[in-house]
Design a protein around this ligand. Structure first.
Ligand SMILES: Nc1ncnc2c1ncn2[C@@H]1O[C@H](COP(=O)(O)OP(=O)(O)OP(=O)(O)O)[C@@H](O)[C@H]1O
Ligand SMILES: [Mg+2]
Length: 504
């Protein structure tokens, strides 16, 4: 049998002025896990979408199992045994979990879908792969982003794939689910399946990939083995820059409380949550999937009002009943689900950024266009958003660059409190440093920042204080520098961590 599962030769693809792929090549072997890495906008999703038949390439050729495919459609490629989890394809929100897993593969009873069997099998697959007890009749719309990802992954794992392509599957998953996914991927690899794995988490690439293809500006700049060359070399190939100073140091004196949260309760999600955030302080809330961390943020932003409790900003109590109200009272939020709440993908970058900050740049009801363009351009530069101009539609940006627009949008408005839910998800190593720099700048301006992230290293390194939430209850509090990512993982799993405070 041919050992090469997929070969793409000199593939090019342009979108108007943007050359997304420039004579890029890719060779994937059966029985291996093959990483694709590169900065935001490097062409990773585009090369995958060419293989998936979503985009038609302008030049080059594609072979699967040794046979050249002259024209590819999403259906024909699936028939060749190549299955995909795309970065930005969403599940149908009105489907149930079981329907999403078995779409077009439903177990039948004569001509009818056998719902009972389908639900039972869906529950079994979720349990088997992820140890997740999820009611298979739950609507997709009611799931968190992480749960939706798990459903998507379960769907493709349940199909008889020969090649499985995953575009950033682990973004927003916490370590426990990532570990489970990796166990499954390793098993599939042993069975001879070729796996293509795109991620910005270099530790994952190092952990699981046998081979890595590095893309830069749409070109393949090398195929290497991470175990042989090391991650630092790969990052240099990607970025051409030094990333040793990942978490910029800062020394900010924390001032008086800006945000005070008192006895917040939301039935079935969290109980009796109280904490303060001072001026210039970055407070992290760390928890496992479903611990209530994200729900607390959503309540603070007025998206899901709590059953009881109150918050005050600069000493004044506020209602938590709508996000409009939250914004008026000086709260900004970078939401995790950027497509639902974060950006309007059908508007331009400039329109998105200025939507949130209209109050800062309008005078007497008029928007000062020149000032708007200036501040938009400054943010595009500061965050390194890869685009020919601020007038580009957000829907045309790569996943990570869309996330940077969300960050730019909210960080550009003048608020007192910033709620950050996974601010660097899907963002490349270099751009993460830029986002950390922006967050630190806000802190130095005396803002209060609440930080939620499934990247515990980021939480441990960035926060002045970390609150641990477990099954809806705050069970621990640590100072920045007191706890590392590994200890934090133990803490969020409900383990008691002893910190030797006198040694600090
Ligand atoms: N439909 C489109 N229309 C116009 N430009 C596009 C389109 N899709 C992608 N691009 C551009 O092509 C380039 C490559 O995008 P791609 O999505 O492949 O990047 P990526 O490597 O997946 O990045 P990320 O890590 O952010 O997901 C980017 O500059 C992007 O703006
Ligand atoms: Mg992408």
């Amino acid at each position: 049998m041919n050992s090469i599962a997929v070969e793409m030769r000199s593939v090019s693809k342009v979108f108007g002025p943007v050359k997304a792929l420039n004579q890029a090549s890719l060779i994937i072997e059966y029985g291996t896990i093959h990483g694709i890495v590169g900065q935001n906008g490097a062409g990773k999703s585009t090369i995958i979408k060419v293989l998936a038949g979503i985009y038609r390439h302008d030049e080059g050729s594609v072979f699967v199992g040794g046979k050249e495919l002259k024209s590819i459609t999403p259906k024909s490629i699936e028939e060749c045994g190549v299955h995909f989890i795309h970065q930005d394809r969403l599940l149908v929100s009105t489907a149930t979990v079981a329907e999403a897993i078995f779409l077009r593969n439903e177990p039948r009873f004569g001509p009818f879908i056998n719902h009972r069997k389908m639900n039972a099998q869906a529950a079994e697959l979720l349990k088997q792969y992820f140890d997740l007890d999820l009611d298979p009749s739950t609507l997709i719309a009611d799931l968190s982003t992480a749960q939706q990802k798990i459903v998507q992954i379960t769907r493709s794992l349940s199909q008889q794939a020969k090649v499985l392509v995953l575009d950033e599957p682990t973004a927003a998953l916490v370590t426990k689910e990532v570990d489970r996914l990796f166990t499954v991927l390793r098993r599939l690899k042993e069975e001879g399946i070729a796996i293509v794995f795109i991620s910005h988490y270099m530790s994952e690439i190092e952990n699981i990939c046998d081979t890595v293809t590095v893309l830069r500006n749409g070109e393949n700049v090398g195929q290497v083995s991470p175990k042989q060359v090391g991650i630092e070399r790969i990052v240099t190939m990607m970025t051409n820059r030094d990333t040793s100073e990942m978490y910029p140091k800062r020394s900010i004196k924390v001032g008086s409380p800006v945000l005070e949260v008192n006895n917040l309760c939301l039935k079935n999600h969290y109980q009796d949550v109280s904490f303060n955030v001072g001026a210039g302080e970055i407070v992290g809330i760390a928890g496992l999937l479903g611990s209530g961390d994200k729900e607390v943020l959503q309540s603070l932003f007025g998206l899901t009002p709590p059953d009881s409790g109150s918050i005050a900003i600069d000493g004044t109590t506020h209602q938590l009943n709508s996000s409009v109200n939250a914004v008026e009272n000086g709260i900004a939020m970078i939401p995790e689900d950027r497509r639902a709440h974060g950006v309007a993908v059908s508007l331009s970058i400039a329109e998105n950024i200025s939507l949130a900050s209209v109050n800062n740049i309008s005078k007497g009801g008029f928007i000062n266009r020149r000032q708007e363009a200036q501040s938009v351009n400054a943010l595009i530069e500061e965050l390194g958003i890869k685009t020919p101009s601020g007038n580009m539609l957000v829907s045309n940006l790569s996943g990570g660059n869309q996330q940077k627009v969300v960050v730019a949008k909210w960080l550009s408005c003048d608020s007192r409190v910033y709620l950050l839910d996974e601010p660097t998800v899907a963002v490349d190593v270099g751009s993460k440093i830029e986002i950390y720099g922006l967050i630190n700048r806000l802190a130095s301006e005396g803002k209060a920042i609440v930080f939620v992230s499934s990247d515990f290293e980021e939480v441990a390194e960035m926060c002045d204080r970390i609150l641990v939430i477990y099954k809806g209850e705050m069970i621990g509090e640590y100072k920045g520098g007191e706890i590392d990512a590994e200890q934090l993982l133990a803490a969020v799993s409900g383990k008691k961590i002893t910190i030797n405070r006198s040694a600090l």
